[in-house]
Design a protein around this ligand. Sequence first.
Ligand code: PGA
Length: 255
Amino acid sequence: MHKKLIVGNLKMNPLTPTEFGRYLDGLEKDMKGKRFEKTEIVVCPPAVYFRQFVERKMKDVKLGAQDVYWEYQGAFTGEISAGMMKANGAQYSIVGHSERRKYFGENEEIINLKLKAILKSGLNAILCIGESGEERKSNQTAPVLKKQLEKSLAGIGVGKSEYITIAYEPIWAVGTDKIPSSDEVLEAKIIIKKILTELYSRKAVEKMRILYGGSVKSHCAGQVCVDPAMDGALIGRESLTPYDFIKIAKIIDEK
Ligand code: PGA
């Protein structure tokens, strides 16, 4: 069985290297003496802090990127390629986060290009999908997830599937403190598994992890992650405080 995966997405935080240093101090302190037998822990800070992260040589916390650009190298001002993320210590990259879709106009075609670049560079991908509140209300969750998965994964063969983790993040739950019921998460997971099985194979899908993300806190990690037997969590706000982040990781690891 694969390990569970807990991912902290720090987004555009913290503001300074000094603050990030304090964050890492907290992470080291809160990880001390804790063993995560069944869980991988990944933190995705802004890329400007990668070196600082790597220099800590933390044994049990891996580094991830929040996004990549799909081209390999060249005149693309302001962008960072997947290969550069990898060469600077990342092992994972998030792709298709709802904030990228909303504020930066990313669509499935762009996400597909980025996903291919991530896999080609040797990084593991965390592909975010999820329906909006409107789509859920009008019973569109299944077709939306299907379209997102089919288009994002187009042209990516079964041989790469084990390097892809799906993060089910209902858009209405990201950053809002609204959360779905265990049954709603389980239902989405079943839909996702069915679509992936159609795209790949049952055997391949067994190796793919499906996470839940959107307002995960320690008091609701049971409801949204443990009860629906998710393979882990993608955590935004609560990952900004190492104590809370590790507390959630422990709850998920111990189940
Ligand atoms: P949140 O963010 O935990 O703050 O809701 C989740 C995410 O953006 O992945």
